[in-house]
Design a protein around this ligand. Structure first.
Ligand SMILES: Cc1cc2nc3c(=O)[nH]c(=O)nc-3n(C[C@H](O)[C@H](O)[C@H](O)COP(=O)(O)OP(=O)(O)OC[C@H]3O[C@@H](n4cnc5c(N)ncnc54)[C@H](O)[C@@H]3O)c2cc1C
Length: 312
């Protein structure tokens, strides 16, 4: 049986960022069910929204987010995320993430992209492989930390709780069971601090841009341990996913639409023109309506780039 101060399940941006901080306080194991880089994080393309420009403000970012959220956002949470974003970006830069820059009249500044729903340019990116760069740099930092062990090909199966063991004490998490995919053995890992950072469950859908690991395991484990589950109706989707009958579907970056890429239907009509800069939910609504009008042809789309720079 392994015993650690912290156990983190998941090696995406959430799990790795937490593990690096936790390592300052004790021993950490990061359990991940495939290779370290197998995560949604590594597939993220367009970039991260953060107020960094003098022409932008926290208030504008909050307003855009609340509008995009169509009344469903918790404003306090939105304000926290928006105002703490520059600090989180600084931490990523500290581990070596180098966001794209551009030359502006003799000086360098961040090359900010624009995506649907944003009234200002505020998306920091690394070409069109932002997530891959973040994942690689976080994994490299983890490798330099002597207090963290990365357990690849280990699938967390279930949480161990006081109640499940029949203890008469207050119910709390005591660790977890993990399957070593290579040996086929189930290990018991003991820890008083277990963090579930297993990402989403996009793979419950047949067609998704999410990778195979996105099966909602952490949510299921938490639920079985008696944790209240909320917001399960929010599942990430990308309206501009290139469909191919025989190949893995992949995302055509959201940045394409934000930068003015034009979506056309099979008759080459610009049926989606009004939706080009719209947030995803508005966009998908137009797509649904048009689909009725144009049947399946609408999914054979043509994107004409109208911008020569940026992360397209
Ligand atoms: C194609 C694509 C493009 C995207 N583009 C953007 C973008 O431009 N900007 C943006 O902000 N967001 C984008 N996103 C969303 C973003 O990638 C995610 O919101 C974010 O990466 C989630 O990070 P995470 O650490 O919570 O989860 P993940 O990165 O998914 O990490 C979850 C980890 O948990 C592991 N895991 C799961 N179950 C188990 C288990 N039972 N045992 C052990 N390990 C387990 C997985 O293997 C993985 O390592 C995009 C997503 C995709 C798929």
């Amino acid at each position: 049986m392994k015993e650690l101060d912290f156990v983190v399940v998941g090696s995406g941006i959430a799990g790795l960022s937490f593990a690096l901080k936790a390592a300052q306080h004790g021993s950490v194991a990061v359990i991940t069910k495939r290779k370290g880089a197998d995560s949604n994080t590594a597939w993220a393309q367009g970039g991260i929204a953060c107020v960094t420009s003098d022409e932008d403000s926290f208030e504008l970012h909050v307003r855009d987010t609340l509008e995009a959220g169509a009344g469903l956002c918790d404003e306090k949470v939105v304000r926290t995320i928006v105002t703490e974003a520059p600090e989180a970006i600084r931490e990523l830069m500290e581990v070596g993430v180098h966001f794209d820059e551009r030359d502006v009249t003799g000086h360098r500044e961040l090359d900010l992209g624009r995506e649907g729903g944003h009234s200002k340019r505020r998306v920091l990116h690394v070409q069109d492989v932002t997530g891959r760069e973040i994942e690689n740099k976080l994994l490299a930092a983890l490798g330099r930390s002597p207090r963290v062990q990365l357990l690849e090909n280990h699938t967390a199966i279930d949480l161990i709780t006081a109640a499940k063991l029949g203890f008469a004490t207050e119910d709390r998490c005591l660790g977890l069971y993990s399957l070593d995919e290579k040996t086929g053995e189930v290990e018991t890992i003991r820890s008083d601090r277990v963090v579930l950072a297993t990402g989403g469950c996009g793979k419950v859908y047949l067609y998704t841009t999410n990778p195979a690991v996105a099966t909602g395991d952490g949510v299921a484990m938490a639920w079985r341990a008696g944790v209240a589950i909320a917001n399960m109706e929010f599942v990430q989707f990308h309206p501009t996913c290139l469909f191919h009958a025989e190949q893995r579907s992949f995302l055509i970056s959201e940045a394409v639409r934000g930068e003015g890429g034009i979506l056309r239907d099979a008759r080459r009509a610009q049926s989606m023109r009004r939706s080009n800069a719209a947030v995803r939910n508005a966009f998908i609504w137009t797509l649904r309506t048009s689909r009725r009008r144009f049947c399946v042809n609408v999914f054979r789309t043509f994107l004409r780039p109208v911008c020569s720079s940026g992360s397209i």
